[in-house]
Design a protein around this ligand. Structure first.
Ligand code: MOS
Length: 711
């Protein structure tokens, strides 16, 4: 693998960033030496197994634990009647916590799969056997899990970005030569990462130690300290290796229950969630129903953009999938309106999932633009170019850097777009109808204050300590390259340690802000360290350490529209007799700031695009209306793209710099999925002449010529 994919493995050059490097922990991972939270051995370790509710709404009447307390190995059965109290009345980094943190604090059941008991035993198998034998009695009430755009009780939440209006929308629509008015739906989707959530907790000399799999160890430590009313300095959370997260790995029940059980039993306890449990305990992407209205002049110049998105949330917490915001920074238009509405149902609370808002929002708006291009007889790329804004279309703010059109230009060249006949349903190859499609992508560029420490060691090496999380992205390697470049030393002399809350506050691996935020802190610490080293003198045995904090610098950033961009292309083949859609190739061309490590960056983009393919054709979670729970909450029932579904996917990028940006890294974790499903749906239209506005584009929907949302 190394020899084939790595252009540079060890140059020893003074400027590492920009060349391709395999992951610094790659050998450990592929040999199994890298240990994940669920597999690190601890002496005296006990194991917890969760019992989840089987009703969608009601009350727990009794947890009949006596019968299982005598089963082999069982140490304890925790539930709302005996669990320690927690203080959940706090504001976390992302606002009020999901009430899932109130686990075992009351007898109410708000959805199927709510945690009702934890069986702790000597072995995981014993805990599981007892958990499966545990009888829980309920008082059941009627429930409602049926999502639709017109559901009674739908409301527009308060808060930033829920409703944004500019100009006179109805007047501009009325004056438009062409109007597209269409509804798009996306189903409930899950980010069930390869490594399920797992945490070990133990008390060690008066300190609480948690070994976890998360997107931010200071974030988790801070919330656990608040929940258990502990001095923050007495909580240490570590998360060395993480097998995927995608927005699902914050504070969840597994850490809280491990802490409760470790406290009660006074020994280390680990709680590992099963694949099926992830479906109700770790968040998901809400289904959406989106209405888009576009009004344009005869030549395709936009007069009106109206995007109304509906999603669901639980009865206990408000989380909004903000799909309607996608177009706000994208297209010039005389009038803009976008609104996110939500309805409360008896389901688990959805959460952030790779490109929350932008992933489903781009499917709707970028499909609608393709429909508009068809109406106007304008090439889809030319249509986007015609509506390219000079400043933020809604905000009026200048763009920090915006290279959407160069991404389209280079993408079109490589994909061979110029040869495309725009008419649909004309190309046939045996039983396959062929088509191509394109769509735009964007994602916000965010940064959060972070601290880092860099030590010049006496042996000539450098150690970086930062509470970064490498959720599989290659962040640890990128930070090594960033530090080596700033230090002007070969990367072999730099050791980066991450995933330990004792290293201090830092941004989470979320919102595509990780490498940008951490890279800024590392660069700042290195700059000061180099000033100290320039003074000369010997390095003492303990080394020389400099700490940075980017809070002031981040706060001083000028107000601009900061985004990454992309142009997605897809070619599909559709068998109209079986309904099968095969994606033959995809190309994503991105304008996403400075790329630190091309090898892992490409992997990020391709991963996102693959997920977009999966979203377009495969993924949907089904809820049984009668029970309120999932049907097939596992990898047999939840279908996603496998190797044979994924063709050659090419991802690359164009030059994208902002001289005014102090770090000039934009973040690439999420943009790969944005627009990918729309490009495929647009290609399916080009192949067949039929618009598919409901995802996923299943064979039965191809056979039905579009398919209704509920079908
Ligand atoms: Mo990501 S969905 O911002 O963790």
């Amino acid at each position: 693998m190394t020899a084939r994919t790595t252009t540079t493995t060890s140059t020893g050059s003074a400027s590492a960033a920009g060349a391709s490097f395999t992951r610094v922990e790659g050998r450990e991972k592929v040999t199994g030496a890298a240990r994940y939270a669920g597999e690190i051995p601890f002496a005296e370790l006990a194991h917890g197994w969760l019992v989840l509710s089987t009703i969608a709404r009601g009350r727990i009447l009794s947890v009949e634990s006596d019968a299982v307390r005598t089963m082999p190995g069982v140490l304890a059965v925790l539930h709302h009647g005996n669990a320690p109290r927690v203080d959940s009345d706090y504001i976390s980094m992302l606002g009020p916590p999901d009430p899932i943190v109130e686990v075992f604090q009351h007898d109410r059941v708000p959805f199927v799969g709510w945690p009702v008991a934890l069986v702790v035993a000597e072995t995981s198998e014993q805990a599981r056997e007892a958990a499966e034998a545990l009888v829980v009695r309920y008082e059941e009430k009627s429930h409602d899990v049926a999502f639709s755009a017109g559901h009674p009780g739908t409301y527009t939440p308060d808060g930033d970005g829920m409703l944004v209006e500019k100009g006179d929308l109805e007047a501009e629509l009325a004056a438009s030569a062409h109007v597209v008015d269409a509804e798009y739906t996306t189903p409930e989707e899950h980010h069930s990462s390869m490594e399920p959530h797992a945490a070990m907790a133990r008390w060690d000399s008066g300190r609480l130690e948690v070994v976890d799999s998360n997107q931010g160890s200071t974030w988790v430590a801070d919330e656990l300290a608040k929940l258990f009313s502990l001095d923050p300095a007495s909580v240490r959370v570590r998360s060395e290796h993480v097998g995927g997260a995608f927005g699902s790995k914050g504070v969840r029940v597994h850490q809280i229950l491990a802490v409760m059980a470790a406290t009660l039993l006074d020994r280390p306890v680990r709680v590992v969630l099963s694949r099926r449990q992830l479906f109700s305990l770790t968040g998901y992407r809400s289904p959406t129903a989106q209405r888009v209205r576009l009004g344009a002049d005869a030549d395709g110049r936009l007069r009106a953009v109206d995007h109304q998105s509906h999603s669901l949330t639980s009865t206990v917490h408000e989380f909004v999938e903000s799909s309607a915001g996608f177009g706000r920074p994208m297209y010039a238009s005389d009038a803009h309106r976008s609104v996110n509405r939500v309805v409360r149902l008896d389901v688990p609370t959805p959460t952030y999932m790779r490109a929350p808002g932008e992933a489903p929002g781009s499917f709707a708006l970028e499909s609608a633009l393709d429909e508009l291009a068809e109406r106007c007889g304008v090439d889809p790329i030319a249509l986007r170019a015609r509506n390219e804004p000079d400043v933020g279309p809604v905000s009026g703010l200048p763009f920090a850097s915006r290279n959407l059109l160069s991404a389209f230009q280079e993408g079109a060249r490589r994909f061979g777009w110029a040869d495309r006949d725009p008419r649909p349903g004309l190309r046939r190859e045996g039983r396959w109808l062929l088509g191509t499609g394109t769509a735009a992508a964007t994602f916000p560029v965010i940064v959060a204050p972070s601290t880092a420490a860099v030590t010049a060691e006496a042996d000539g090496t450098f150690t970086v300590r930062i509470t970064a999380a490498d959720v599989g992205t290659g962040a640890r390697t990128a930070l090594t390259l960033i530090a080596a470049e700033a230090l002007e030393v070969p990367q072999e002399r730099v050791h980066v340690r991450i995933g330990d809350s004792d290293f201090g506050q830092a941004a989470i691996s979320g919102g595509s802000m990780g490498t940008r935020s951490w890279g800024w802190a590392v660069t700042a610490a290195v700059a000061e360290l180099r000033e100290q080293l320039a003074l000369g003198g010997d390095i003492p045995p303990q080394g020389i350490t400099v700490r940075s904090d980017t809070a002031a610098a981040v706060g001083g950033l000028s107000k601009k529209e900061r985004h990454s961009y992309g142009a997605q292309f897809a070619e599909v083949a559709v068998d109209v007799t079986t309904g099968e859609v095969r994606v033959r190739r995809m190309l994503g061309m991105f304008a996403a700031g400075r790329i630190i490590n091309p090898l892992t960056a490409r992997s990020q983009f391709v991963g996102g695009m693959t997920w977009g393919l999966s979203m377009a054709l495969h993924e949907e979670a089904h809820r049984d209306q009668a029970t309120g729970g999932h049907v097939g909450a596992d990898f047999a029932g939840y279908h996603f793209a496998a190797n044979a579904d994924v063709p050659l996917i090419e991802a690359d990028w164009v030059q994208d710099t902002d001289a005014d940006d102090p770090i000039d890294i934009k973040g690439i974790g999420e943009i790969g999925i944005v627009g990918a499903a729309a490009a495929i749906a647009n290609a399916v239209w080009h192949a067949t002449g039929v618009r598919h506005r409901n995802l996923p584009i299943r064979p039965d929907r191809i056979l039905n010529g579009g398919g209704a949302p509920g079908a």
